[in-house]
Design a protein around this ligand. Sequence first.
Ligand SMILES: [Zn+2]
Length: 292
Amino acid sequence: MHIGIDIGGTNIKGILLDNRKVVKKVRIPTKSKTNLKIILGQIFKCIEKLISQNKNIKGIGIGVAGPIDVKNQKILNPPNVTGLKNLELGKIIEKKFKIRTIIDNDVHCLVLAEAIFGAGKNRNLVVGLGLGTGVGGGIVINKEIIYGKTGTAGEFGHMTIDKHGRKCSCGNKGCLEAYLSESGIRKTAFEILGRRIDTITLYNMARKGDSKAIEVWKTTGEYLGLGLANIVDTLNPDIIVIGGGIANAGELLLNSAKSEMRKNVLSPKAGKTQVILAKLGEWAGAIGATLL
Ligand SMILES: [Zn+2]
């Protein structure tokens, strides 16, 4: 049996996986994003609930947003749960529970779960994007996450799609994240609608047929399509999986993304690369963490 934990800004989600089956799910509020003692307390509580009487836990996997030094198992600079900054969380968990623990980036976990159990099942080269507060990414080949020399392979959120474009959270200009993150979409909405609006309202308006709201999603999809074309030309993957909260916009976002991708890829054959929504939903991160 393996435990998987997904640490988010709102909830800590945990699952217990037994022989590829989810046997227990636990969700507890994160409570604090900055106070390390409180955050650790909540993580411990989540793990304790999953272990309960069980003596047969072989490993714990943990997914956290933001860059992770996988080699040294250290959380570097988490964008939402900032209290975990520079923490060797794996070592702390291992010491407390005497169970081998591995940490990794949350979108890596999501892509791994989708590659093994979800939308990318039985595919060799799976690329995934997680669209939410930020834009994360991951590459899985033959069921293994690709890290690259220093661990940043697959950071598609920071590929430049317009060098004169918007300022990104990383300090550069025109990154994909500056257009596809929640705040990026809100900026595009402001440009088109002339007022401030959140992404859920924007989604509901578009579903009801509001032409300007539809235009915001279409424009956002075109930015995504440019990113997808770069991914296809670089990696020629079997499939690209789109997950994260923003992916709930579905076809409003994906239709224009796919046509923009086809327009911009080198080979028409590669332009047919499948781009589909993640299948495992909100527990994908925790499932992926068990697979670490
Ligand atoms: Zn950036």
